[in-house]
Design a protein around this ligand. Structure first.
Ligand SMILES: [Zn+2]
Length: 246
């Protein structure tokens, strides 16, 4: 069993959360009960996840995408009201960790995804949101690997028979980092989402681009974090997958 304040303080320092400038508050977003036996983890604080967590008698929910974002409406109406009301009525704590969970060297989304995809010699570049590593596969083989690891077919732009030796990646909606990948001189760049201009940028720079899904690339950090916390504090942990095609 974990005490809420102890869990909060430990996680905040483990993820170095106060060091990040982010678009959302990182940490405890909704305060619930003080004693935490059961943690549910999920990618995003959507209604379906909250309802499933209530069914599972969760004391705390940990997510990568929380309920409060910088440019959101400041009022609590509609679906947002429903979600907050459910959390408060059921006395469930909501913890959200965004950029600190992408960047962490062990339980972070980038580190976990790299491990899952069999990337070698992984290391973060400067800001630690973009990572690089090495592979010994061609594009087609790597596509099959991604499909089986993530259970989702990736969108691949580039020559299927080209070899990938050096790859850069960043989970989520990081298609905007493609220019940094070009500058790094890697053979391929993998992220979650894709924009209209991304295929041209990839082709014009002779870079293989892979969109493997925002949700699919960000399932693993929160699970690794909560596994770590449940080992540390002796509470239960269960991951709940809420299907998302993007
Ligand atoms: Zn994300």
């Amino acid at each position: 069993m974990a005490n809420r304040e102890a869990l909060k303080n430990y996680t905040q320092s483990y993820l170095n959360a106060d060091a990040f400038e982010d678009y959302c508050p990182n940490g405890l977003q909704i305060e619930g009960k003080e004693e935490i036996n059961k943690i549910i983890s999920g990618v995003s604080a959507n209604l379906a996840l909250i309802e499933r967590a209530i069914d599972e008698k969760a004391d705390a929910i940990f997510v990568h995408h929380g309920l409060f974002w910088k440019n959101d409406s400041q009022t609590i109406t509609g679906a947002k009201r429903r979600k907050i009301a459910l959390l408060l009525e059921n006395n469930i704590n909501l913890f959200a960790y965004h950029l600190p969970l992408d960047a962490h060297p062990d339980v972070g989304n980038n580190a976990q995804l790299g491990k899952l995809l069999g990337i070698n010699n992984m290391s973060p570049v400067a800001n630690s949101l973009l990572w690089t590593g090495e592979l010994e596969l061609n594009v087609g083989e790597f596509g099959v690997e991604i499909d089986s690891a993530l259970q989702r077919a990736p969108l691949i732009i580039g020559d299927q028979s080209a070899n990938i030796k050096r790859i850069a990646w960043c989970t989520g909606a990081a298609q905007g980092f493609i220019d940094q990948a070009v500058e790094l001189g890697v053979d391929a760049y993998l992220t979650g989402e894709v924009s209209e201009q991304t295929p041209a940028t990839a082709l014009e720079n002779d870079l293989v681009f892979i969109s493997a899904g925002h949700h699919a690339t960000e399932r693993y950090g929160v699970q690794a974090l909560c596994q770590h916390l449940s080992d540390k504090f002796g509470c239960q942990h269960q991951y709940i997958e809420i299907d998302n095609c993007v």
